[in-house]
Design a protein around this ligand. Structure first.
Ligand code: CP
Length: 306
């Protein structure tokens, strides 16, 4: 039984290549209407104790395309979590109704707690501000697909790195690529936690923190934008102060390389002017679609159905 809990477990070139190859095959098969029905007879439980559009619906769509069935908690208010049932009890019960559980939860470490008691594989679909490994995998897949490589690129994050959990899951994956240059842009209040900087430093990955993007904009290959995570702030005034820390518009585009790529973790709130969407460098909607195929590959990986 393989649980998918964090980015670190994918910090292996062979595993990454296997998942990316499978995702490409599934995308090609789906384009022909021929996705293999490898989940026939299997039930995927999507258990979301926090809101989601992309993650829940892409897992459910992927499960259905692969011939599986889906049961879902889309809102904890409609489940017995609202009556005080523990996560552990819920997972033990749901594991009796399903073959795999995709879990989103507001608490850091919830996916590992679920995996400890689960009789079926658990996929971490985001646990608090801790990790979001399936998003990190399709982020990397998107960079590879759009730019043809990962190593050697200059990647700038202009986002809330304190809370952006997919960025945390990406750190060990970046450590596989020794010639990356990474920039973390933004106010110190939203800086990447030290533990992740230590991980990059230990792997010898070059990175720099900068308050503004201007000086490096013409050099970067990937601009990864994200929102400020309102739901994680204890202090609303602090969120109000920081919420518009990041902004990309046509002036930003004008200073970027012609063959660069803009990604966004999504949902977008204020950070990218919708006028940017028409530019071929705006890759965030393609990135979200890639999530479908990477997640199909991950369902098969966790269920050992390769
Ligand atoms: N990026 C992401 O996880 O989106 P959702 O919150 O909509 O699932």
């Amino acid at each position: 039984m393989v649980h998918i809990l964090n980015g670190e477990q994918f910090a292996d070139e062979n595993i990454l290549e296997k998942i990316f190859k499978r995702a490409r095959e599934l995308e090609e098969a789906d384009a022909e209407g021929q996705a293999p029905k490898l989940l026939s007879g299997k039930i995927v439980a999507t258990v979301f104790y926090e809101t989601s559009t992309r993650t829940r619906l892409s897992f459910e769509s992927g499960a259905l395309k692969l011939g599986g069935g889906v049961i879902s908690v889309a809102d904890p208010k409609t489940s017995s979590a609202s009556k005080g049932e523990s996560l552990e009890d819920a997972i033990k019960v749901i594991g009796g109704y399903s073959d795999i559980i995709v879990l989103r939860h507001p608490e850091n470490g919830a996916a590992a707690r679920a995996a400890d008691v689960s009789r079926v594989p658990v996929i971490n679909a985001g646990d608090g501000s801790n990790e979001h490994p399936t998003q990190a995998l399709y982020d990397l897949y998107s960079i590879q697909k759009e730019l043809g490589k990962i190593d050697g690129l200059k990647i700038a994050f202009m986002s809330d790195l304190r809370y952006q959990r997919n960025a945390h899951s990406l750190i060990p994956l970046f450590c596989l690529f020794k010639n990356l240059e990474i920039y973390f842009i933004g106010p110190t209040e939203l800086a990447l936690p030290q533990v992740y900087k230590d991980r990059l430093a230990a792997a010898g990955i070059k990175f720099k923190e900068l308050p503004q993007i201007d000086s490096i904009l013409p050099e970067i290959d990937v601009l990864y934008v994200g929102r400020v995570f309102k739901e994680r702030f204890q202090d609303e005034a602090e969120y109000e102060k920081l919420k518009k820390s990041f902004f990309v518009d046509q002036n930003t585009l004008a200073r970027m390389k012609k063959d660069s790529l803009i990604l966004h973790v999504m949902p977008r709130v204020f950070e990218i002017d919708p006028k940017v969407d028409a530019d071929p460098r705006a890759g965030y909607f393609r990135q979200a679609k890639n999530g479908l195929y990477v997640r199909m590959a991950l369902l098969l990986y966790a269920l050992d159905l390769y």
